[in-house]
Design a protein around this ligand. Structure first.
Ligand code: NAD
Ligand code: TYD
Length: 356
């Protein structure tokens, strides 16, 4: 979708905009593109938190709609009401550990939900796809697990190994199938692990920060030698902006942070940052590190080759690691109320207070 043609009259549907990454994407688009009407559709599952969007909730060009992407009738109504030109699809069940406990929930939202949304876009756009775009946000986990060497490129064969990554892989295949079969103008990105403000505190980085605050053990799975490529979440939002507007239809772009960390090194670094921020003697928090039972099917290493995105669209990550980790830790310390509301469940009442 080109900015110049549509900036003054475009309506964009963002799904999952109350979640971690979605809230950064919504804020980025609402603030950067006053001419776009950004409609955030979110079911507000345990992971959806409208407090993430407090600063933009009254913006003229922002609308929140509570609902489920599996609800075809609702989607049809929304397409009718807002006449969307673009979809940025982030809504998903996203936590690997939860997918191991309850795989069906992942099939329901990530596969059925995505296909329902594809159908709604196709129906609404009536096979006249001029100026339209369906952007599917996916993960590098679809590519499986790397050894010590090598990187995931857009050509890497899919090899998902957790119920989460299997469900995302299936959704990616459906999105591409709609491009090939119906000509739906899709674009897909597969991104590495994100970190930053508003990350739900059961994921590694916020969990470690929060447990250090509370003096609780820091659970490191297995031998701690698992490697992830960490991307600053606001860099993900800018990558999505660039790909949404300038990515080639039908293409896939890998997004990464150039920023590989073994889990144990990351946890130790977070300990050092937190000691410094909390004014504790160096080494205090590292004593909380506890090696625990490994995650079943735990992927050893993820690492992204994002050169296609850099060479074609000029995007690169901006934030250097330690700086980003420090900013994240500081954000959690300065946003005690946000964290308390999540931990107590209070955030789930925000919708009623705010919207009803
Ligand atoms: P998240 O779990 O924080 O947020 C998901 C959001 O989707 C929540 O607001 C939730 O309420 C909403 N949602 C869930 N089921 C829904 C449904 N059926 N209908 C409508 N809304 C629903 O997830 P996240 O970490 O922000 O990830 C967003 C997207 O980015 C996902 O598609 C994920 O696969 C992808 N991704 C995440 C990462 C990461 O590191 N977190 C990395 C790469 C890609
Ligand atoms: P996570 O944040 O769940 O992201 P993903 O599984 O999508 O990569 O986990 C990041 C890494 O941290 C992963 O290798 C699992 C590991 N991990 C721990 O060692 N301890 C924990 O308590 C958690 C939640 C994750």
């Amino acid at each position: 979708m080109t900015k110049t043609d549509n900036q003054q009259q475009s309506a964009i549907l963002v799904t999952g905009g109350a979640g971690f990454i979605g809230s950064h994407v919504v804020r980025h688009f609402v603030q950067k593109y006053p001419g776009y009407r950004i409609v955030n559709l979110d079911a507000l599952t345990y992971a959806g938190n409208l407090e993430n969007l407090r600063d933009v909730e009254h913006a003229q060009n922002y609308v929140f709609e509570k609902g489920d992407i599996r609800d075809a009738a609702l989607l049809n109504r929304l397409f009718e009401k807002y006449r969307f030109d673009g979809v940025i699809h982030l809504a998903a069940e996203s936590h690997v550990d939860r997918s191991i406990t309850n795989p069906l929930a992942f099939v329901e939202t990530n596969v059925l939900g995505t296909v329902t949304l594809l159908n709604a876009a196709r129906d609404a756009w009536k096979n006249n796809f001029e100026g339209k775009r369906f952007y599917h946000v996916s993960t590098d986990e679809v590519y499986g697990s790397l050894g010590e060497e090598g990187y995931f490129t857009e050509e890497t064969r899919y090899d998902p190994r957790s119920p989460y990554s299997a469900s995302k892989a299936a959704s990616d295949h459906f999105v591409r199938a709609y491009f090939h079969t119906y000509g739906l103008p899709v674009v897909v990105s597969n991104c590495s692990n994100n970190y930053g403000p508003c990350h739900f505190p059961e994921k590694l980085i916020p969990l470690v920060i929060n447990n250090i605050r509370q003096g609780k053990p820091l659970p490191v799975y297995g031998d701690g030698q698992y490697t992830r490529d960490w991307l600053w979440v606001k860099d993900h939002a800018t990558a999505i902006d660039v790909i949404f507007h300038e990515g080639r239809t039908g293409e896939t772009y890998n997004i990464g942070g150039n920023n590989e960390w073994k889990n144990i090194d990351l946890v130790r670094t977070l300990c050092d940052i937190m000691d410094e921020l909390l004014g504790k003697p160096a080494g205090t928090s590292q004593q909380l590190i506890t090696f625990v039972k490994d995650r079943p099917g735990h992927d050893r290493r993820y690492a992204i080759d994002a050169s296609k995105l850099k060479n074609e669209l000029g995007w690169e990550p901006t934030v250097r690691t330690e700086e980003g980790f420090r900013e994240t830790a500081r954000w959690y310390l300065e946003n005690e109320a946000w964290l308390q509301h999540v931990l107590s469940g209070e955030y789930q009442r925000y919708y009623e207070q705010q919207y009803q």
